[in-house]
Design a protein around this ligand. Structure first.
Ligand code: SF4
Ligand code: SF4
Length: 134
């Protein structure tokens, strides 16, 4: 049975941070400076999927663009990005002042609101979690 997404709930979470999120997504100039500051990107053969900017574009960016009207499968895809491909270590930096971990943490919150999370103790390839949550 297809799982139903509560888009209204997602939108209300997004709305709490609307202005900040809008600004952060707008000011990203795709310079890729942040990539070199992410240890996961550097330690995984510079795979673009680990670029901090890509992680925010493909998670919170998508949620924002679609105003929360996403399919469950799309949220499932984001799960890997925000719970596995980022550990919220807060080491990344952006010359434009974008707070990447904050954006990822917000995406995590949205996913958790729909019952989607990562079982670090059960799932393979688990990596340490952090406590930077919104
Ligand atoms: S460093 Fe900042 S502006 Fe540049 S790509 Fe990364 S998030 Fe975007
Ligand atoms: S917070 Fe996430 S994106 Fe930033 S350096 Fe750590 S793992 Fe990479």
């Amino acid at each position: 049975m297809e799982r139903v997404v509560n888009s209204k709930e997602i939108k209300s979470i997004l709305d709490e941070h609307k202005d900040k999120m809008k600004l952060m997504l707008k000011v990203c100039v795709r310079c890729t400076f942040c990539a070199e500051t992410c240890f996961l990107y550097r330690s995984r053969e510079q795979n673009p999927k680990y670029m901090p900017s890509m992680k925010i574009i493909n998670s919170i960016g998508k949620l924002y663009k679609k105003k929360g009207k996403v399919k469950f499968e799309e949220l499932e895809k984001m799960r890997e990005i925000v719970f596995h491909d980022c550990v919220l270590c807060t080491r990344c930096s952006c010359p434009m002042g974008i707070n990447i971990p904050e954006m990822i943490a917000l995406a995590r919150r949205v996913l958790r609101s729909q019952g989607i999370y990562y079982s670090y103790d059960k799932e393979p390839h688990s990596i340490a979690t952090s406590n930077t949550e919104i």
